[in-house]
Design a protein around this ligand. Structure first.
Ligand SMILES: C[S@@+](CC[C@H](N)C(=O)[O-])C[C@H]1O[C@@H](n2cnc3c(N)ncnc32)[C@H](O)[C@@H]1O
Length: 262
């Protein structure tokens, strides 16, 4: 059929084709919902959170990650409608949280250590949520048991180990009993070739933090971190119970873990 973008239904695996169709409809719906009336952060803030300042890249990746989060919620048998209070931990200049606009979540909040990213969100995304600058170490400015869902996209991919544990403990505090954490991480396959000699260390320890680079505008501790799934399921379980893992879940790149507070 001319113009039919979903492929043929003849003879294939119908369940798979239905799932693909559903994803395509969601993508189209998302594109329509973009609205386009939210302004874009300046190029230097866009580059700070993802390495690229390109506007289409910023919007496209943010939207994709929003739908990736929805898919992960679906994986564990829930959806966005069931999340009354949501926190974006490490919101940067709002690449993901901007896609909560008009989604009907009662309370949306974002925190980041980057005062410029938070200031931009406050000035331009205030209809979506409240935004706070936080310290490099806990606490967060919220009472215990506040959030149904906390998500952290590409944040634990940059923290040294002790800082990671401090924040897991704090996220556990602000998540309500039964609530969820969705966090992305760099799996070992994402170790770049120039760090091939660290592969054994990562396999042995399950955790690798490599200093040596940096991101203009962010503090020195903000480097690159890799995790094995075993490490996360063992070490993170001391704070929150890992209930689901999906490889390459975030923008077809970082893995994601979904954890539940008991
Ligand atoms: C790669 S950026 C991703 C930003 C955003 N999550 C996104 O996907 O667009 C990582 C962000 O984590 C923030 N960050 C790093 N450590 C943090 C911490 N301890 N608390 C809050 N934010 C943190 C950085 O300032 C930065 O904005």
């Amino acid at each position: 059929m001319a113009g039919w973008p979903f492929g043929s239904f003849g003879g294939g695996d119908q369940a798979r084709e239905c799932a693909a169709l559903r994803r395509r409809v969601e993508e189209l719906e998302a594109r329509l919902a973009e609205g386009g009336d939210l302004p874009l952060p300046p190029p230097e803030l866009r580059a700070r959170i993802g390495g690229y300042d390109d506007a289409d890249h910023f919007l496209g990746v943010g939207r994709k990650i929003f739908w990736d989060l929805k898919r992960l919620l679906g994986d564990v048998g829930t959806d966005l409608a069931a999340q009354a209070a949501v926190l974006d931990f490490g919101c940067g200049c709002g690449r993901v949280i901007r896609h909560f606009d008009g989604r009907g979540v009662a309370r949306v909040a974002g925190v980041d250590i980057d005062p410029e990213g938070v200031a931009w969100c406050r000035d331009h995304l205030d209809r979506i949520g409240d935004f706070h600058v936080t310290g490099h170490a806990p606490p967060l400015p919220f009472p215990a048991d506040t959030f149904d869902l906390v998500y952290a996209i590409s944040v634990f991919t940059h923290l040294p180990e002790a800082m990671q544990f401090g924040w897991l403990d704090e996220l556990r505090r602000v998540i309500r009993p039964g609530g969820l954490l969705i966090a992305s991480f760099h799996a070992p396959e994402l170790l770049p070739p120039d760090l091939a000699d660290r592969r054994d260390t990562l396999a042995r320890d399950g955790f690798l933090y490599v200093a040596g680079g940096g991101t203009p505008g962010l503090p020195d501790f903000y480097q690159n971190t890799w995790h094995t799934r075993d490490y996360i399921e063992r070490e993170w379980a001391r704070y929150l119970r890992p209930i689901h893992h999906r490889g390459r879940a975030i923008n077809n790149h970082q893995d994601a873990i979904v954890c539940r507070k008991a």
